[in-house]
Design a protein around this ligand. Structure first.
Ligand code: HEC
Ligand code: HEC
Ligand code: HEC
Ligand code: HEC
Ligand code: HEC
Ligand code: HEC
Ligand code: HEC
Ligand code: HEC
Ligand code: HEC
Ligand code: HEC
Ligand code: HEC
Length: 490
């Protein structure tokens, strides 16, 4: 028992000895530690800078070897006092932007924080016009700074939401900068799948800085922003395509891969068509949740309004709702949506309809699907025939402007038909197809007439050439005769 106390005493004494010794080297720390209620020196004890042998004087200036306050905190010794405004970040940048200096402390951290901050949304001037919106200490504090990987850090995933929403959820603060900027990010985030898990202490789901970055935060309209539509899929996939990172959640990690190959992904990522949906168009920005069964058609419907309206009025609406089938996804999938083709209609194995409609299963729809297929085929055949004829007439140099207009109408009807499928109604579908058939018939008649006329003209030309030649011969013979007569008369 005594031995134990003795050992404990020894350990305690040596800890005390060493820490007093460390502090004793730095007069700023040692005197401030003795000032009752001195917060900075108290926080500084577990500061990463303190552990690296950095002194109060490295940020505040002054001479840390002097025991006397006036001597230590003497402007002649470089004492600068408490930095204000941009001088704060500049005092941090003295080391953090200087790779050589950081190397001397054995650090391999990046040295771009200050540079990035200047060009970020937070690098704009504050309302006073004298300093930038955010300083390093806004997110890291001034004293008691720890590694960003430590659960104590204000930028650790479980704390960073609070750090950002300090400003971003404050109506009074944000209004002075940009009244049109929403202030609901925190509130929405906490209701999302990411936020709920974060609230329960899981540091892995996305937090503000996973999507927006840290020092290089930009408005989403900036093409360099990590949340700019074209860049966002890459931002989400940092986690969602990382099978190792996502292992414990047991959800697929192929969303990006599938999305990138889909019509939407190709349009956005390759053609830079920002009208096509990025991940957040369907999942929301801050309420990032998978759209539920009813909300998914609303999401698709924000862009494909006509398809959604037709679907809602169709017999499938109730049939799908009853069976809890998602409205659009059931036929088009979600991440790997491919270009729709006519082949999807009908009762062959390629057709979507045949998945649920067979002769003995939901047979009414089977009959309709079959009828639709026939209509599509006849429109196709008639359309190709019309195109061939119009091309032929055109090659023969005939005037076919009207027929070409009708071809355009037929193409339009075909497009309308692709949308009209979603009414899943034979009558309505036929109406559109009939319009197309009518147009192709007109074009075919017109082109055929033009070709006929061409041949008619060719024959006409032949006959008239023949008549003219005959006339010329007759004339020639006649003239020769006259000449002969005159010669004989002389
Ligand atoms: C012998 C004691 C002593 C020493 C040594 C000392 N200080 Fe102080 N310091 C004080 C006291 C006392 C105050 C005033 C009380 C307060 O504001 O906390 C003060 C205030 C400060 C302030 C706040 C000034 C302000 O304008 O509000 C800073 C910054 C500071 N000290 C930094 C340093 C630095 C850096 C060093 C070392 C180079 C140092 N101090 C050394 C005792 C000391
Ligand atoms: C990494 C840089 C850094 C180090 C190291 C540092 N400070 Fe500071 N300190 C600051 C900054 C920046 C501010 C301004 C804080 C603000 O504006 O809120 C500040 C503010 C202060 C203030 C006045 C406001 C306050 O928070 O009470 C005192 C006093 C102070 N520091 C003392 C110290 C002492 C004593 C030490 C050493 C034990 C020390 N500082 C170490 C950066 C530093
Ligand atoms: C808007 C908040 C914010 C501001 C302002 C800010 N930081 Fe950070 N900082 C962060 C976040 C968030 C991280 C953590 C990034 C991560 O998790 O990888 C971070 C990480 C760091 C790191 C760790 C290495 C790295 O680059 O990831 C250092 C060092 C750092 N910041 C220094 C600074 C300095 C110096 C400044 C001022 C020039 C500054 N920070 C300003 C939010 C901020
Ligand atoms: C005298 C040089 C110096 C100054 C001044 C300085 N730092 Fe540091 N800082 C360092 C060193 C060295 C480290 C440790 C780096 C490492 O462990 O690789 C560090 C670490 C950090 C970290 C933790 C990074 C990590 O590993 O996650 C943050 C955050 C940080 N500093 C922020 C600041 C802020 C904010 C200021 C200004 C108020 C500041 N520093 C001023 C030298 C400095
Ligand atoms: C899962 C990724 C993700 C997370 C987590 C996230 N954001 Fe966003 N944030 C976005 C996207 C995407 C946009 C909007 C892009 C657009 O408008 O096209 C956005 C927009 C914003 C905007 C611009 C105004 C607005 O609401 O449209 C602010 C400010 C913002 N986020 C702050 C935050 C804050 C603060 C947090 C943490 C509480 C956070 N974000 C968490 C992805 C995210
Ligand atoms: C000191 C308060 C403050 C803190 C802390 C802060 N911000 Fe900001 N943030 C602002 C202000 C002010 C703006 C600029 C608004 C403007 O002028 O458009 C802004 C702009 C933004 C924007 C661009 C919004 C847009 O689309 O125009 C995003 C994104 C953003 N902040 C995210 C974050 C994230 C993420 C964090 C935490 C790591 C954070 N902010 C911490 C005050 C803050
Ligand atoms: C920092 C990593 C990270 C980033 C970045 C991230 N997520 Fe997540 N996300 C997660 C984790 C972890 C979960 C929790 C998985 C779970 O519980 O099923 C999750 C859950 C989800 C879910 C719910 C999945 C389900 O069915 O449970 C959706 C949807 C989602 N994220 C979409 C997105 C989108 C969209 C983005 C980009 C705007 C994004 N995430 C960015 C890590 C991330
Ligand atoms: C066109 C809309 C749309 C787009 C774009 C989209 N998603 Fe989804 N996502 C969905 C739907 C619908 C679901 C399934 C919801 C359900 O079944 O309840 C889903 C499900 C998810 C899930 C849950 C797990 C799973 O695979 O079912 C994650 C994670 C996810 N999406 C991430 C992403 C990411 C990351 C992107 C961008 C690369 C993205 N999504 C783009 C509509 C979309
Ligand atoms: C942000 C708007 C937007 C949202 C949301 C959206 N889409 Fe799209 N969609 C587009 C655009 C733009 C195209 C055209 C892409 C291209 O081919 O250039 C397209 C193409 C398509 C196509 C191929 C069309 C064709 O001509 O073959 C289908 C099918 C499709 N989307 C279905 C869906 C479904 C299902 C959803 C919901 C899960 C959805 N879309 C959500 C904008 C959107
Ligand atoms: C029962 C299956 C089915 C459902 C459910 C369905 N579609 Fe379709 N969709 C089709 C078929 C079949 C085509 C192909 C028509 C063609 O190319 O001839 C198509 C074509 C499309 C096209 C390309 C044609 C166009 O209109 O531009 C878009 C976009 C589209 N669907 C969106 C949606 C949306 C949005 C929903 C949900 C409201 C939805 N679809 C629900 C079967 C379906
Ligand atoms: C995911 C399964 C599913 C797919 C795919 C599907 N249907 Fe249906 N359809 C149903 C169900 C279930 C009903 C309701 C059947 C019932 O009540 O007898 C229905 C009903 C119908 C009806 C109304 C029948 C009536 O009783 O009036 C028509 C028409 C129809 N479908 C056509 C189609 C066509 C055309 C396609 C392909 C483009 C298609 N369906 C694809 C499941 C599906």
């Amino acid at each position: 028992m005594r031995k134990k106390y003795f050992l404990f005493g020894c350990v305690a004494a040596s800890i005390l000895f060493f820490s007093v010794n460390l502090v004793a080297d730095d007069q700023c720390v040692s005197c401030h530690t003795n000032v009752v209620g001195d917060k900075p020196s108290e926080l500084f004890k577990h500061d990463i800078h303190f552990k690296k042998g950095i002194s109060c004087a490295d940020c505040h200036g002054g001479n840390s070897k002097m025991e006397e306050m006036e001597a230590a905190m003497n402007p002649k010794e470089g004492y600068k006092g408490v930095p204000k405004g941009d001088a704060i970040s500049q005092s941090c940048a003295r080391c953090h932007s200087d790779a050589d200096k950081m190397k001397k402390y054995g650090s391999t951290l990046p040295t771009n924080q200050w540079n990035n901050l200047q060009t970020s949304a937070h690098g704009k001037l504050s309302t006073t016009g004298k300093e930038h919106i955010a300083q390093c200490i806004t997110c890291h504090n001034a004293h008691g700074i720890v590694s960003v990987k430590s659960p104590e850090s204000p930028v650790y995933p479980l704390n960073v939401v609070k750090t950002c929403t300090k400003c971003h959820s404050s109506a009074t603060f944000m209004r002075t900068y940009n009244p049109s900027l929403p202030i609901d990010q925190g509130e929405k985030y906490r209701s999302s799948v990411h936020g709920v898990k974060n609230g329960k202490g899981d540091p892995k789901p996305a937090v503000c800085s996973s999507c927006h970055g840290s020092h290089d935060i930009r408005t989403s309209k900036d093409a360099k922003s990590s949340v700019y539509a074209v860049n966002l899929p890459g931002t989400c996939s940092k986690c969602h395509s990382d099978a190792q990172y996502m292992k414990e959640y047991k959800i697929p990690t192929n969303q990006y891969e599938k999305y990138a190959k889909s019509v939407h992904g190709v349009a956005l990522l390759q053609k830079h068509d920002v009208g096509a949906p990025s991940c957040n168009s369907c999942h929301g920005n801050h309420g990032a949740t998978p759209p539920g069964v009813e909300s998914v058609s609303k999401v698709c419907g924000t862009c494909h309004a006509l398809n959604a309206d037709l679907f809602s009025a169709s017999p499938h609406k109730k049939a799908f709702d009853d069976r809890k089938l998602p409205e659009c996804e059931t036929c088009h999938s979600n991440h790997e949506i491919v270009a729709a083709t006519d082949k999807l209609i009908g009762v062959t194995t390629e057709a979507v309809c045949s998945r649920c409609h067979q002769e003995n299963q939901n047979p009414k729809g089977y009959a309709v699907a079959k009828a639709m297929r026939q209509m599509v085929d006849s429109l196709d055949i008639s359309g190709s025939a019309a195109i061939t004829l119009v091309n032929e007439a055109e090659q023969k140099g005939m005037e076919v402007t009207d027929a070409k207009f009708k071809l355009r109408d037929a193409k339009q009807a075909h497009l309308q038909m692709r949308t009209m499928v979603h009414a899943f109604n034979e009558g309505k579908f036929r109406e559109v197809v009939d319009k197309g058939m009518e147009a192709t018939l007109f074009a075919k008649t017109e082109a055929k007439d033009a070709v006929d006329e061409y041949y008619f003209r060719r024959i006409g030309l032949g006959i008239s050439t023949l008549i003219m030649s005959l006339l010329a011969i007759v004339l020639f013979v006649y003239i020769r005769r006259i000449e002969k007569k005159q010669a004989e008369e002389r």
